[in-house]
Design a protein around this ligand. Structure first.
Ligand code: GTP
Ligand code: MG
Length: 170
C-alpha cells in the first residue's frame, strides 16, 4: 500500500551536543546558532521517501539535562531506532554517550537500530575524541557511525537513510 511505514526514532545524548539542531536541520533544513535547551522532550514528524519505501519518521527529541534523564525511558522503550549523539569537540559527551548506550542495552528494545552521530563536524579542527576509538566502539555494538554537522548539514541525511535502509530491507 502507499501508507507510510511508521518508524519511531529517539535521539539521545548530553545537553548541548546538538540533538535538537540535528532534528531542526533534518525536518526543516534550518539551523540556529542559539537554541533553547529542550525541556522534557519534543516530537517532530517527517515523511521520507527511500527508494520505493514510504516512511514516516516519528522523532522524539529528548532533553539532555541531567534532571530530565529519567524521562528518556518513555521515549526509547518502544523505539525502532536510536540516534546517540556526542559533540566531537567535547570528550565528556562521548563518555555520556557510552552511558546512554549502557542504559539502552539494559532497558531498551533488544532489536533497536543504533546510530552514533559525532556532531559539530564543522569544528573538526578541535576534535577531541579519537576517530578510531569511536569507530571501534560503534563496530563492537553494531551501530552505524557518522560524523554530522547540523550547522552545515554534513552527514545528517546519511543517518536517516541508514535507518530507512534497515527498516525497508525487512
Ligand atoms: P539539550 O536540549 O539541552 O539536550 O541540547 P541539544 O543536544 O538539543 O543541543 P542544541 O541542538 O540545543 O545545540 C546546542 C548548541 O550547539 C547550540 O548553540 C547550537 O547552535 C550548537 N550546535 C548544534 N549543532 C551544531 C553543529 O553541528 N555545529 C556547531 N558549530 N554548533 C552546533
Ligand atoms: Mg535539545
Amino acid at each position: 500500500s502507499n501508507l507510510p511505514i511508521q518508524i519511531k526514532v529517539v535521539i539521545l545524548g548530553d545537553s548541548g551536543v546538538g540533538k535538537s539542531s540535528i532534528i531542526l536541520r533534518f525536518v526543516y533544513d534550518d539551523f540556529k546558532g542559539e537554541t533553547d535547551s529542550t525541556i522534557g522532550a519534543a516530537y517532530k514528524g517527517k515523511v521520507y521517501q527511500h527508494n520505493n519505501c514510504n516512511i514516516q519518521f516519528n522523532i522524539w527529541d529528548t532533553a539532555g539535562q541531567e534532571k530530565f534523564k529519567s524521562l528518556a525511558k518513555m521515549y526509547y522503550r518502544d523505539a525502532t531506532a536510536a540516534i546517540l549523539v556526542y559533540d566531537i569537540t567535547n570528550s565528556q559527551t562521548y563518555d555520556g554517550l557510552k552511558e546512554w548506550y549502557r542504559e539502552l542495552k539494559e532497558f531498551g528494545p533488544e532489536d533497536i537500530i543504533l546510530c552514533i552521530a559525532g556532531n559539530k563536524e564543522d569544528l573538526v579542527d578541535s576534535e577531541s575524541v579519537q576517530l578510531d576509538t569511536v569507530e571501534e566502539f560503534a563496530e563492537s555494538i553494531g551501530a552505524y557511525y557518522k560524523r554530522t554537522s547540523a550547522k552545515t548539514n554534513y552527514g545528517i541525511d546519511m543517518i536517516f537513510k541508514e535507518i530507512a535502509n534497515k527498516v525497508c530491507a525487512d
